[in-house]
Design a protein around this ligand. Sequence first.
Ligand code: NDP
Ligand code: 2IT
Length: 446
Amino acid sequence: MIDEKLEGVFAEVVARNPGEVEFHQAAREVFESLGPVLAKYPELADQKVIQRICEPERQIIFRVPWQDDHGEIHINRGFRVEFNSALGPYKGGLRFHPSVYLGIVKFLGFEQIFKNALTGMPIGGGKGGADFDPKGRSDSEIMRFCQSFMTELYRHIGEHTDVPAGDIGVGTREIGYLFGQYKRITNRYESGVLTGKATTWGGALVRTEATGYGTAYFTREMLHARGDSLEGKKVLVSGSGNVAVYAIEKVHQLGGTVVACSDSSGVVHDAKGIDVELLKQVKEVERGRVSDYAARRGDATYREDGNIWEIPCDVALPCATQNELTGRDARTLVRNGCVAVAEGANMPTTPEGARVFLEAQIAFGPGKAANAGGVATSALEMQQNASRDSWTFEHTEHRLADIMTGIHDTCHHTAEQFGAPGNYVVGANIAGFLRVARPMVALGLI
Ligand code: NDP
Ligand code: 2IT
């Protein structure tokens, strides 16, 4: 429920941003947590901090023309929403997926403000992308698209201005093509302008693994707070992209067994535990599908259009996309004895699903806390680029683990302090909000 003092503010956000349903959903969730904060700090209401946070500092929409391998011309739409720079340069990924439109970019950029604040690193919030579908495109088509995209984007970004990275459909390969074009246009080797670079030319060790590893660490911390652990737990991980693969790897290292993963075509159930090396070979090297994995993995079964959440488990990690876990799925998970859910993806649980988990009092880690390890390690990459240094895998992973424990503890304590013990949604929203609200007031009305 939104506090009655905030109802009008929320109604205005909806009216000012018509049709952007995912942005409304993300904003509503934060508004629902903020009632007690304004009661405690009325000066934040006087300063209209919430209204200011909901209005991006800048929104850029641009044409991305490109030619496919047959010479046919395509026109896509590119976006960069620079949401908030109170804590540092805008920071957040780029998503290439046909579903991308302003409402998706704004929900992601809005979440990113609070997520980045929770990391404790000096980074503001932003997000971008394009409604481009990379599926089935050749390497040279991807390169031409990235070059065209950067030919407009370059004028808006910079290591002290705005630092994009990857998200759905954008990984190390795309970051390489984007950086190459940025360097060519600007004639500057400005490593810190993008993160998620390959480790052969300025990328940080652990950035590739960071989001998935971080989600597994966050899960470990939530279980630990309840006197439990990942040891022996049966785990579901949806998706099979960057976040999913490394969540699976770290869950296995921490003693759990991931018995299923998925893509947008179907679900693979592998009761003996997903073979991560085979999954990496299929997904990262061959750019194949989970059906290809199942075909090569003896006992594993593949179900086209299957619902991963129907497989009985102890822990569920949604790591694919927004609203992939519904109220019905949440009830199924709770009924099957699931004790913890951590969001590797951004906003993968519908509001009804989240309500089910909170009412059942299982451990529920929202994305802006549970998947913050990716952007936190991006900030570590920026640090290394700025100092022209490179740290070892062990050193960087240690820092990631500490950051995830810190985020967990901050959310846990903040929830208790504001009368909602155990509710990480409230804890993350309030802690993230306060970390960005105070600097906004300190910087004056800008
Ligand atoms: P990838 O592109 O590497 O993988 C995405 C995975 O999700 C694929 O398995 C894909 O299946 C599946 N997926 C995507 N869209 C849909 C859809 N509409 N329906 C069903 N499945 C879908 O992306 P990432 O792993 O990087 O991102 C996954 C999630 O994690 C996103 O929500 C992203 O915002 C979030 N995230 C990513 C971070 C990062 O560092 N990369 C950091 C923090 C959060 P298919 O191949 O069939 O499309
Ligand atoms: O949603 C996210 O946090 C990301 N896609 C990563 C952003 C980043 O800048 O590393």
